[in-house]
Design a protein around this ligand. Sequence first.
Ligand SMILES: Cc1cc2nc3c(=O)[nH]c(=O)nc-3n(C[C@H](O)[C@H](O)[C@H](O)COP(=O)(O)OP(=O)(O)OC[C@H]3O[C@@H](n4cnc5c(N)ncnc54)[C@H](O)[C@@H]3O)c2cc1C
Length: 386
Amino acid sequence: MRIAVIGAGPGGLYTACLVKRLRPHDVVEVWEANAARDTFGFGVVFSDGALGGIEAADPALFEAVTAEFARWTRIDVHYRDRTQRNEGYGFAAVSRHTLLRLLQERCAGLGVRLHFGTRAPEVARLRASHDLVVAADGVGSRTRARYAAAFGTERQEAGSRYMWLGTDRPFDALTFAVVETQHGPVQAHAYPYAPGRSTFIVEVGDAVWRAAGFRSAERRPADPVGDRDGIDEVARYFSGLLDGHALWGNRSYWGRFTAVRNRNWSHGNLVLLGDSAHTTHFSIGSGTKLAMEDGLALATALHEHRTVPEALAAYEAERRPAVERMQRTALTSLEWFENIDRCVGLPPDAFNAHLLTRSGRLTRDDLPAVDAEHVGRIRRRFADAA
Ligand SMILES: Cc1cc2nc3c(=O)[nH]c(=O)nc-3n(C[C@H](O)[C@H](O)[C@H](O)COP(=O)(O)OP(=O)(O)OC[C@H]3O[C@@H](n4cnc5c(N)ncnc54)[C@H](O)[C@@H]3O)c2cc1C
């Protein structure tokens, strides 16, 4: 079988790698518009219980990735000069750059053909020349847009704005911080992902963003930093939390989270995967894991079904319920953060409790438990193929 993958993010690369592990004779080709070492963002967080299937599918890759993990067990809430420390959680994070490098190396070792710095050929041509085309081209997928009616795409922009930044402030917990300005609250979500490196996402309601005088900077593709004035302004708001440490961008600009849903995940021999199929708000940190789990489900479905249409139906049937559940959880979380001003003003203990339970609706029980039987099945499938 000949398989074309558009996009070398975590979803596209992991799919390519697992298809080659299960079906070494398939020709798998990946196109990535960016250079191999160029990527957006900083670290990505995983809730550590959720990696069972990924471990079973490729233990060598799993070991290489987890060796790079920053791990922690606390959620800290900085609010009104108090820091509430909440113990008993399990999180891990890795630099997106490192994750992609390890996936690229694994793909290359397995014989995947990788084309970096190269936009994928026109999708109609790929569909004619390949048995299957995987659109793993991210939230703004042009492939999906081209067949939007067939996929039944819905896109909904959040009201608040965010910027994805990094810092050398070494956080040792998943950290939420609220700064109360005269215009309203500005909040940050931060967590470590490597020694001396943390992700720092700032989020602001639209009305506060405007009143505080933030502006959308013109995008300058050649500038590796992004909106320098905006970043300086955010650093001023969070100077207390940053404690003298730097805040930096990686092509960072103010944006709005876009919720993506599709009525159908495939159209003929073209299939959506990862953010092109579905997105979840960053406050529950699961988009990367979901994209990789999609790759695992697609690779095993292709291995276990005789025809591409059967495999695509099985892939969607397996993934849609888990994804929709996470999207519901993410929507609850997004709405809580969009309406944070309703809770700002509560005493610190009450604010902390609200944030952790997202008004009683989002609890740790909402996070998926590891299904040991499912993990065992994956381990056997990949062991048989090896
Ligand atoms: C602020 C923020 C914070 C986040 N934090 C987390 C987190 O903590 N944990 C987490 O799990 N997830 C997080 N996410 C989500 C995560 O980044 C995505 O869910 C994940 O990257 C999806 O992977 P993907 O492979 O589907 O798409 P992407 O990673 O977006 O990869 C798509 C790739 O396709 C390429 N491409 C696009 N068009 C073409 C083309 N025509 N030809 C060739 N290449 C093309 C792009 O250059 C890109 O490299 C966050 C997202 C944001 C915005």
